[in-house]
Design a protein around this ligand. Structure first.
Ligand code: HEC
Length: 147
């Protein structure tokens, strides 16, 4: 390797690290997680509207996404991530962290309960959407700033 190649490789390595850390920031990770939750909810809503046929695998995948996200989500709000990356997180999260955590864990527990009963048809999915949707709006009203 000549000096020029080494310098180019080093510059590339630095650029790669910078990109990785931007995507790794808790703001980006939690937004990505919520995006997945939004998509999972969209898949359930499509079934309730009859836009998609009932599909047990899709229902199971969506509920599993909610269950996992609800457990992991509160860890993505470390001190120092109150602002930045166009976060919609309300400052109230850090003032009421225990309540915020409880809301997130309840979301996960509700998803687990629905998963255990496993909605068997369109009507079952509609009931699940109602139960889980209350978690979305309850937390968003308290802890998400709508921009
Ligand atoms: C425990 C609280 C909580 C629950 C429960 C919750 N959310 Fe969120 N959600 C948030 C917060 C806080 C943000 C803002 C995160 C940020 O911008 O840093 C957010 C952001 C989002 C976003 C925007 C993601 C992006 O692109 O930046 C979507 C979509 C979303 N939530 C959908 C849902 C849906 C659908 C549900 C229910 C199935 C749900 N959320 C349940 C707290 C919650």
């Amino acid at each position: 390797m000549n000096v020029k190649t080494i310098a180019a490789a080093a510059a590339f390595a630095v650029a790669a690290v910078t990109i990785a850390s931007a995507a790794d920031e808790p703001q980006a990770v939690r937004q990505q997680m919520m995006k997945g939750v939004g998509q999972a909810m969209g898949a359930l809503v499509a079934i309730t509207k009859g836009e998609k046929p009932y599909d047990a695998e899709v229902v199971k995948a969506s509920l599993t996404t909610f269950s996992k996200a609800g457990k992991a989500f509160p860890d993505l709000f470390p001190v120092g991530s109150e602002t930045g990356a166009e976060t919609e997180a309300s400052p109230k999260i850090w003032q009421s962290m225990d309540d915020f955590k409880a809301k997130s864990l309840k979301f996960s527990a509700d998803a687990d309960a629905v998963l255990a009963a496993m909605p068997a048809d369109q009507a079952g999915v509609a009931a699940a959407v109602k139960t889980l949707g209350a978690n979305c709006s309850g937390c968003h009203e308290a802890y998400r700033i709508k921009k």
